[in-house]
Design a protein around this ligand. Structure first.
Ligand SMILES: Cc1cc2nc3c(=O)[nH]c(=O)nc-3n(C[C@H](O)[C@H](O)[C@H](O)COP(=O)(O)OP(=O)(O)OC[C@H]3O[C@@H](n4cnc5c(N)ncnc54)[C@H](O)[C@@H]3O)c2cc1C
Length: 417
């Protein structure tokens, strides 16, 4: 008879993408509590996020409902120069090629759907009754961690004991350096990203109609990632993709940092100055600039990443998400890595798991996830230097073809047999 899994007490620190996806996976077998330092609406932001086939096959396996998130299926991408002249175009059926789609959604809609999957009653999600909803604790973040003892100290001074501690507190993780022997902090990359999302109604009011490239996507009911590159050695580019059933457009304006500011380093939600950005993109397409002019919110973020960490685990604690492997959005893989991490935690839901076996299982998860995240970080770092479409697609292919922790472990077994 197969050994059963005992119910473990799991503390998840952070209710971002990584924390909520982890809570959804682990609630299947364990008692999960998510501790968040902010309000329930924290970390939502109005802008977009794209999920590639390497994470959508996992999202589908946990019941992610694209309709709830207003997700848009994307066919591939088009590259154009700053005047709108086509440079490269790829459009294929991602499901046929990778077994899962490429989709985009508003960040707030994406996170809301993950929160539902983590906390809705089991019967609403078609789960076994034993998959009790994760409990959420808001406005009470973690200030300290004892990984060996399985203890987390919260803002209000209380101490929580857990068998497993999932540290998912983002790029500026407060707990990361309790797991590492030497402190490691995020570093700037010299690039800044300005993010806006504009509605079709706002753009139609300003331009009289939608730009043809947006209208084309609406007409066929399928989106595309559009890269508008300066291609003049100035490293300026704009990325657009549709959101909310193609009724919104996400725009990311990426350029070399002009002036370092504290606010744009510490938060994704620092306000940007439209006039400053418009000046940087003075020679870009007029319609595109009008879309920036009419946007309600302009958010600036100095792009940062993390050097690969020497370890992700200590005792009963494991780092996941940006706390473990923050990378810039230049390959759009940050949240995808967080979803892959959550899939890795499935090793904790297997028969025979005990309280004593937790540290060893966390190390096994890390042994698969750490090299994978490092490779995607390398693909992302190199993407600023990529000059040929063929190279760009080779990196894309490598990112998209992750099959999940069980498949990787099986491959490793075959190789060593
Ligand atoms: C401009 C930009 C565009 C991006 N575009 C994409 C994209 O298209 N596709 C993609 O895959 N990725 C993208 N990313 C990356 C992606 O957003 C991140 O990788 C992802 O949000 C990481 O999720 P996370 O849960 O690890 O961290 P976060 O989403 O940052 O969540 C961390 C959570 O922890 C909470 N927290 C922090 N400290 C504590 C504490 N001490 N105690 C309790 N709670 C705490 C925070 O309040 C927050 O809720 C983009 C990033 C940027 C900056």
């Amino acid at each position: 008879m197969a050994a059963s899994t005992i119910r473990l007490r799991v503390a998840v620190i952070g209710s971002g993408i990584a924390g909520l996806a982890a809570a959804r996976v682990l609630r299947e077998k364990h008692d999960v509590t998510v501790y968040e330092r902010g309000e329930p609406s924290v970390a939502t932001g109005g802008q977009g996020i794209a999920n590639f086939p390497n994470s959508t096959h996992i999202l589908e396996s946990i019941g992610f409902d694209y309709r709830c998130a207003g997700s848009v299926e994307l066919g591939g991408w088009h590259s154009v120069d700053k005047n709108g002249t086509a440079v490269f175009s790829s459009d294929y059926d991602m499901r046929e090629r990778y077994g899962a789609p490429l989709v985009s959604h508003m960040r707030v809609d994406f996170r809301t759907e993950l929160l539902r999957l983590a906390t809705a009653p089991a019967e609403d999600l078609g789960l076994d009754a034993s998959a009790v909803p994760a409990i959420t604790v808001w406005n009470n973040g973690a200030v300290d961690l004892d990984p060996e003892g399985g203890k987390v100290t919260l803002d209000d001074g209380s101490i929580v004991e857990a068998d497993v501690i999932i540290v998912a507190d983002g790029i500026h993780s407060r707990l990361r350096n309790k797991i590492l022997e030497e402190p490691v902090n995020a570093q700037k990359t010299g690039m800044t990203c300005c993010r806006v999302a504009v509605s079709a109604a706002q753009v139609e009011a300003a331009l009289g109609k939608l730009p043809q490239w947006w209208q084309d996507q609406r007409d066929r009911g399928k989106g595309v990632i559009q890269l508008i590159e300066a291609l003049d050695g100035t490293s300026r580019l704009t990325v657009t993709y549709p959101l909310r059933n193609l009724s919104w457009m996400n725009m990311a304006w990426v350029f070399p940092t002009q002036q370092e500011k504290k606010a744009t380093t510490e938060s994704w939600n620092a306000d940007g100055d439209k006039e400053e950005i418009l000046k940087i993109y003075d020679d870009f397409d007029e319609d595109l600039k009008t879309m920036l002019r009419v946007a309600d919110q302009v958010k600036l973020w100095e792009l940062q990443d993390l050097e690969p960490l020497p370890t992700w685990t200590s005792g009963r604690a494991i780092l996941i998400g940006d706390a473990a492997h923050a990378m810039t959005p230049l390959q759009g893989q940050g949240s995808n890595m967080a979803i892959e991490d959550a899939d890795g935690l499935r090793l904790l839901t297997q028969p025979g798991v005990t309280r004593d076996s937790v540290p060893e299982i966390l190390q096994k998860i890390s042994s698969v996830r750490r090299p994978r995240a490092t490779r995607v970080l390398e693909n992302t770092r190199i993407s600023t230097k990529i000059s040929s479409a063929a190279d760009r697609y080779a990196r894309f292919d490598d990112n998209c073809t992750y099959t999940g922790i069980f498949a990787i472990l099986q491959q490793q077994q075959v190789t060593t047999a």
